[in-house]
Design a binder for this molecule. Sequence first.
Ligand code: 1CP
Length: 333
Amino acid sequence: MTPIQETIINKKTTSAPIWLMRQAGRYLPEFRKIRKSNPNFINLCLDENLSSQITLQPLKRFELDAAIIFSDILMLPYGLNQKVEFKKDFGPQLGTLNLDEISKVDEIDFIGKLYPVYKSIKRVSENNLIKNKNLIGFVGAPWTLLVYMINKHSPKKELIKDFFKDKFLINKILIILEKFLKLHIDQQIRSGATVIQIFDSWAGLLEEKDLPNYVYIPTLNLVDYVKSLKVPVICFPRGVKNYKNYCDIVKPDAVNIDYNVSPMSVCKEINIPVQGGLDPKILLTDKENLKKKAKKYLDIFKDHPYIFNLGHGVLPQTDPNMVDYLVKMVKDY
Ligand code: 1CP
């Protein structure tokens, strides 16, 4: 068993494995070099040679326990023929959402469009650097994908007016998303992904009363599906107020917490393995502070199955030496 499987499946607490969200990304000069000559982000994700190289870049530098495949949650709407572009200093920009158009897409079309992602996963899984480590496949949760597909760009703090106006459209999209998210998860696992993480980055935009319809039920369906494939599933419902309720209803194998929740209360209230929490901004300060803040999480979770990670992705302005320091510190704890 890998260290992450020991933590999630055997509930081992003797040492915390570590990987970081956005560990392959703009803070690494070797990534920026590739990115510079590949201005089209979607095409970069679809280049199996480059995307597998990028996936492995952080493993060459740091003693991490997992790689996360270099792709994006928005490859799913792309696979459904909605236009997706990543604009510099703006973020994702999606095209018109045409229900007739996306209803026409079948499994063969979808797998055909995303085939390079699966080939890239296969390549990484065959590389020596991933031996006794996990390769994490991922999807966006239905709610978060719905947000991008209808809102068309990052909601930052709020949704477009009238977001919920067309309930018929929303329900149709949720049904289509469930089908293709399952397919995308299945294909990633068949290609070599050994853990699945479900990112619900915009769960925090919903009021409590809307969580069952848009977050709990659709995510529970996916979690049950991943479990049926005998692969551990980690959920990250960023920004939800009550992580305990979420875990009780959605029942993931592990939960990633964001940096606004109190790790102490989570440790007391939640009895499944926990991942993450540290504010990525701490990596922009100094080593002494980083050590202090990281140690806080390790101390609190010392008798709880815990995977070290952040409360959101590594920021582009992070110094790789700080990441190196953090990984070593967690390993030596
Ligand atoms: O060079 C660049 O400008 C690209 C930046 C970048 C990267 C490195 C984007 C654009 N996506 C990715 C890769 C990515 N995205 C990974 C794999 C690499 C890794 O983690 O090491 C993963 C797991 C994601 C997941 C993802 N994409 C999420 C969920 C996690 C989160 O950050 O909340 C979301 C919301 C996206 C959408 C997305 N992709 C990229 C951007 C700029 C955004 C929008 C974020 C926003 O709306 O504010």
